[in-house]
Design a protein around this ligand. Structure first.
Ligand SMILES: [Ca+2]
Ligand SMILES: [Ca+2]
Ligand SMILES: [Ca+2]
Length: 208
């Protein structure tokens, strides 16, 4: 996306042989015509300067046309020239000239092109389910009687810190649906810092 500012228009020489030109500025932004602007301009006394102060955002091209309105159809309007402004940043104010029909006008403008901001990437979440069996059981299916202690290792293989959440859900017995669901602690987050290269492994494991 670029921004062009039409700063001013200066009359060095009018097209009309007597008196001022009836200037009409027509701007096309990426091919779309914008509201026209008119002003009477003369070249007497060093020439008039028209402070434009018009700003447009565009993607590929701004085309500026300058006309001197006369009295059509007896005297058709006079086309004084085009200025084609590409999407290229200018080194400060730049001057282009309209000089058709022996007229001479200087258009001062500047262009500022900046790349569109790159959106922040959406965070990526992965989810894994781990069965945890804890405590003493009777002889019901599917596990046999015994005393169980499950250790879950969470491993960070990356060289940067990551976050993870823990959610516990208590399953039912014999095909029953979950009897309860809880988060303990409530979706806690545990940063895992990478281990500095002090041993055969670069990462650290956390046991929950
Ligand atoms: Ca004329
Ligand atoms: Ca005229
Ligand atoms: Ca004419």
């Amino acid at each position: 996306m670029c921004t062009v500012t039409l700063i001013s228009l200066h009359c060095n020489k009018t097209e009309d042989s007597t008196g001022a030109d009836e200037c009409r500025l027509v701007v096309y932004v990426d091919g779309v015509p914008q509201p026209e602007h008119t002003n009477s301009m003369n070249d007497a006394g060093g020439g008039d300067t028209w402070p434009l102060g018009l700003t447009y955002s565009f993607n590929s091209q701004v085309l500026v046309k300058l006309w001197d309105d006369d009295n059509p159809p007896i005297d058709p309007n006079d086309w004084l020239g085009d200025v084609d402004i590409p999407c290229v940043t200018t080194a400060g104010p730049t001057t282009a000239t309209f000089k058709e029909d022996d007229a001479n006008y200087d258009l001062v403008y500047s262009v500022d092109c900046r790349p569109d901001p790159i959106p922040e990437p959406e965070p990526v979440y992965y989810q894994y389910a781990v069965k945890v069996i804890q405590g003493k059981t009777d002889d019901f299916i599917p596990i046999g009687p015994g005393v169980y202690f499950t250790s879950v290792n969470v491993h960070n293989p990356w060289r940067h810190e990551v976050n993870y959440c823990v959610k516990l859900a208590v399953s039912g017995h014999n095909g029953e649906r979950f009897s309860s669901r809880m988060a303990t602690p409530s979706l806690a987050r545990f940063p895992i810092s990478r281990t500095r290269a002090s041993g055969p492994t670069r990462s650290r494991s956390t046991t929950t």
